[in-house]
Design a protein around this ligand. Structure first.
Ligand code: AHG
Ligand code: MN
Ligand code: MN
Length: 331
C-alpha cells in the first residue's frame, strides 16, 4: 500500500492533518501544542534542505570554537540551532526553549504567558555531516505553565513529556513523533514539501540479535558491559553503529535490537544528554513497546534532572535485548 492510495482509494495523510486529527481527541485542546509541532515540522524541512546542500553551500566543517558541551561546534549545528530558535520564538505557546547549543535555556515569555518548554538537539550526530552520514534533529516538549515552574521549571522528569520526536536526515527525511498515543512515522515528500504519514502505532520488535555501541571505548566500560559483549558475540549477535543517536535508534525502532552509550573514562556518566537526547528517545521507545534504562535499577524517564545538560548512561531498545544487557550488568 502506498502512502497515497490503497485499492485506488486516496489515503494521503500529511503531518499537518495528523496533528489536527490527534488534537480532536483532546476536547480541551486550544491548538497551542499543534502549532508548536507544526513549527518543528517547518524547521526540520528547512534544516533538511541545509543538510542536503551543505557541501554545495560550503557550510561543512566546524566553526572553530567549542560549544557548552566542550565539543567542536559544526557550522550546521549553529545554522540548525538558529532555524529552530527563530521559528519557535514566533509561536506564542512557547515559553522557554532549551538547546544543546545554548548554555542556558532562553526565556521567551513569562510563566503563564507561554504554555510549553521546547528542548532540542538541533543537529545530532553532526560529526557525520562531512562524510554524508545520517544526522538528525531531536525534540522534547514539556508543559511550562505552572507558577511553580518559574525557577528552572524545565527540570522535569522525562515521564512528564507531552510530546517527543526526531527527524532523521538519511537516505530519506523521516519524522518519528509521539504525543503519548503511540509512535507515528512520516516521510518528507520533496515533490509536495509535506511530511506524509507512512506508519501509525509503530511497535518495536521484541527481539533482534543486534547491538549498537561504540566498541572503541570497550576498555573503559564497566565490567558488566564487557560480559554482555562476550555473551552476545558468542550468541551470533551482529553489531551496527552509525555514531549518530538518531540513526542508530531509528534502526533499533524499526528492526529491533539494543542501543547503548555506557559510562566511559572520558564520559563517566555516559556521553548522551538526558533532557534532549535520552528522554525523547526513551519516550518513543517506550511508546513503541520497548525499554529505556540508565542502569538496571533506573528507568530513564523517571530521572529527575538537576541540570539542563546533564549526561546519562543509555540502554534502550527491544525489551528482550535490553533485559540481556541488564542481566549482565546485575551479575
Ligand atoms: P551530537 O552530534 O548532538 O553532539 O550527538 C552526538 C552523539 C550521538 O548522536 C551519538 O550516539 C554519539 O554522540 C556518538 O558518540 P561517539 O562518537 O563517542 O561514539
Ligand atoms: Mn546529539
Ligand atoms: Mn547536536
Amino acid at each position: 500500500m502506498s502512502a497515497y492510495s490503497s485499492n485506488n482509494q486516496p489515503t494521503l495523510v500529511t503531518l499537518q492533518a495528523h496533528i489536527l486529527e490527534q488534537q480532536t481527541r483532546f476536547p480541551e485542546a486550544t491548538g497551542t501544542l499543534s502549532w508548536i509541532l507544526s513549527a518543528l515540522s517547518i524547521s526540520t524541512k528547512i534544516i533538511a534542505n541545509h543538510v542536503r546542500r551543505a557541501r554545495l553551500d560550503d557550510v561543512l566543517g566546524n566553526v572553530g570554537n567549542e560549544n557548552v558541551q566542550g565539543e567542536q561546534q559544526q557550522k550546521l549545528d549553529v545554522i540548525a540551532n538558529e532555524v529552530l530558535l527563530r521559528t519557535l520564538g514566533k509561536r506564542e505557546g512557547v515559553a522557554v526553549v532549551a538547546s544543546e547549543e545554548n548554555e542556558e535555556p532562553v526565556m521567551l515569555r513569562q510563566v503563564g504567558e507561554g504554555k510549553y518548554c521546547v528542548l532540542f538537539d538541533p543537529l545530532d550526530g553532526s560529526s557525520n555531516l562531512d562524510v554524508c552520514g545520517g544526522v538528525g534533529t531531536i525534540f522534547s516538549i514539556l508543559r511550562y505553565d505552572n507558577p511553580a515552574h518559574s525557577e528552572n521549571g524545565w527540570l522535569q522528569a522525562g515521564a512528564k513529556q507531552v510530546a517527543a520526536g526526531y527527524v532523521l536526515y538519511g537516505s530519506s527525511t523521516i519524522l518519528m513523533m509521539s504525543i503519548g498515543l503511540g509512535v507515528d512515522m512520516f516521510v518528507l515528500d520533496p515533490a509536495i514539501g509535506a511530511f506524509v504519514r507512512v506508519a501509525e502505532q509503530l511497535k518495536i520488535p521484541h527481539s533482534n540479535k543486534s547491538y549498537s555501541l561504540n566498541e572503541g571505548n570497550r576498555l573503559t566500560f564497566p565490567a558488566g558491559y564487557n560480559k554482555y559483549l562476550d555473551w552476545a558475540q558468542a550468541h551470533g549477535y551482529s553489531s551496527r553503529y552509525v555514531g549518530a543517536m538518531v540513526a542508530d535508534v531509528h534502526r533499533i525502532l524499526l528492526k529491533g535490537g539494543v542501543f547503548m552509550y555506557p559510562p566511559t573514562q572520558k564520559a563517566p556518566k555516559g556521553k548522551l544528554r538526558l533532557m534532549y537526547e535520552a528522554n525523547p528517545m526513551a519516550m518513543l521507545i517506550e511508546q513503541a513497546g520497548g525499554k529505556a534504562m540508565a542502569t538496571p535499577q533506573q528507568r530513564i524517564l523517571d530521572i529527575v534532572p538537576t541540570a539542563i545538560h546533564q549526561r546519562v548512561p543509555v540502554i534502550l531498545g527491544s525489551p528482550n535485548e535490553v533485559d540481556h544487557v541488564l542481566a549482565h550488568l546485575s551479575e
